[in-house]
Design a protein around this ligand. Structure first.
Ligand code: 5RP
Length: 225
């Protein structure tokens, strides 16, 4: 097992009979889906799942997991997902996969939000390695970009893979990819993005994670016990 699979395997052990479990998106979340499905088959585990993306829903269905619509749920028991960056105080950067609206909704709705990642995701501050994805109402992208630039941000609207049109998120938003000055800490960045009109959602997950499982060459470290 590689490190991503190892943490996903460990997180799948948290599933209990009767739980509603949120499925993240990405390569680590994919391993979680596989190991959850394995427990369902091998142990007769009885669970329902809700997916943060169409691709995860398709994967879960293909492995025989019951997938329910988010519209039927007020809360969930457990949400397991990967992250692009993780700080020592459990702030996260997520959303590379353009599904961050659903990811944050499920993470907030869960009694337990468990993050699974390998050691490469550890950073000292959000934005250290990656740009911050910010979903905006299509008509507002220029105003939002201008307002963020007043705080020293730099970046632009994301284009699609063919570079011939703008990228559209799963939620139907445009996406700004922005870098912020290092002097803006995670809490301030979260507040700034939460308080800017026109922003639908953003990739900074501040104060949401319950626990982070980090795999490092076959060993697992638990952050936030
Ligand atoms: C998708 C995400 C992913 O969890 C994040 O990009 C990590 O992906 P991976 O597990 O493939 O490294 O936030 O929106």
């Amino acid at each position: 097992m590689n490190d991503k699979e190892l943490v996903a395997f460990e997180a799948a052990k948290l599933a209990k009979n009767g739980m509603v479990i949120g499925l993240g998106t990405g390569s680590t979340a994919n391993y979680f889906i596989e190991h959850l499905a394995k427990r369902q088959v091998e142990e007769g585990l009885s669970i329902s799942t809700v997916a943060s993306s169409t691709v995860s829903a398709i994967k879960a269905h293909s492995y025989g997991l019951k997938v329910v619509s988010i519209a039927e749920l007020k809360r969930i028991d457990l949400y397991v997902d990967g992250a692009d960056e993780i700080t020592p105080n459990l702030s996260l950067l997520k959303g590379r996969g353009q599904d961050l609206v659903m990811e944050k909704l499920l993470a907030k709705a869960a009694d337990q939000f468990i993050v699974v990642a390998d050691k490469s995701k550890l950073v000292s501050r959000i934005g250290e390695k990656f740009i911050i994805p910010i979903e905006v109402i299509p008509g507002a992208w220029q105003m939002v970009k201008h307002q963020l630039e007043q705080h020293g941000a730099e970046g632009d609207i994301r284009l699609n893979a063919g570079q011939d049109n703008v990228a559209i998120s799963a939620y139907g938003s445009y996406i700004l990819d922005m870098r912020f000055p290092a002097k803006i800490n995670d809490a301030a960045l979260n507040t700034l993005l939460n308080n800017t009109p026109g922003i639908v959602e953003h990739g900074v997950f501040y104060g949401i994670a319950s626990q982070v499982l980090i795999a490092d060459n076959g060993n697992i470290e638990v952050m936030g016990v």
